[in-house]
Design a protein around this ligand. Sequence first.
Ligand code: PMV
Length: 324
Amino acid sequence: MMTNSAIGIACSNIALIKYWGNRDDALRLPVNPSISFNLQALFSRTEVVFDPMGQHDEVMIDEQQAAPSAAQRVSQHLDLIWRSAYFATASPRPVARVISTNNFPMGAGIASSASAFAALTMAACAALKLNKSEAELSALARQGSGSASRSVPGGFVAWQDAYAYSIAPPAHWDLVDVIGVVSTGHKKTGSTEGHALAPTSPLQMARVADTQRRFELCQKAVLARDFALLAEVMEQDALMMHGVMMTSQPSLMYLLPGSLAIMHAVRELRGQGVPVAFTIDAGPNIHCICEAAAAEQVITLLRGLNGVNDVLVSGVGGAAKAEA
Ligand code: PMV
């Protein structure tokens, strides 16, 4: 048997309506629908080489051997993809070498697991020459990391249950994510544990009960390119998620003083008529979403704030892809 290899490339994505909590933790089926756009400038590139002569899986992330827990998660994902095609044959999966690089800091609220599992899924399916639809690829990526389901389709993306789908192409709306990096340290509680804690907050039930309303408003805002509506629903949604996080048991407090400084500054700038609003993932960094024409002003604002160590900028990105 010849060595089978392929490269997968996938963007990270930023959720405008957040996914927080699963209705099935093992399958990573979400408790609520979410909406995101892909981040064209922030991506993972993952090469998968299936080598029948190999002894055990080898996983390199950003030029270092992956920690055992990360390597195990990658191996489990490859097992899942193998089973999706060869379940009936009972033949064992060939050993794999996985070499993955991110062009942005991992584990600091810039969803590296989204781009990583989308790129891994694309590469592994291409290396095994599996002919999967976009929905099937998205559903596989989801089982590695929920938000990875949204990094498979291009542009503006909705995810309600098993798989994610595009609601508008990248060129539909020239939005920019200006990320104020407050800390690049690896977060203490990752999102897998975080999702499992969501039901321990008394606020989660109310957040979930109201999500369909926010989802529909956000979809309307995106389709109509209505920034004022997007700003209102997006900030409320992110703050509701952080309300749940902070009131979980144990409490998850991701925000730092620098995060709050950005949030206040963004609201002040919006008050002056600039189309900018914030959202926040499971980390301290603040994603300032703005119309492209306002990006320079937002970048200058963030660079001048205490506690902001770096500023990353990205437009809307396309679908994940695979190369032989
Ligand atoms: O895909 P996960 O398990 O890393 O979850 C991501 C959760 C948030 O980034 C906080 C929200 C979202 O919808 O992306």
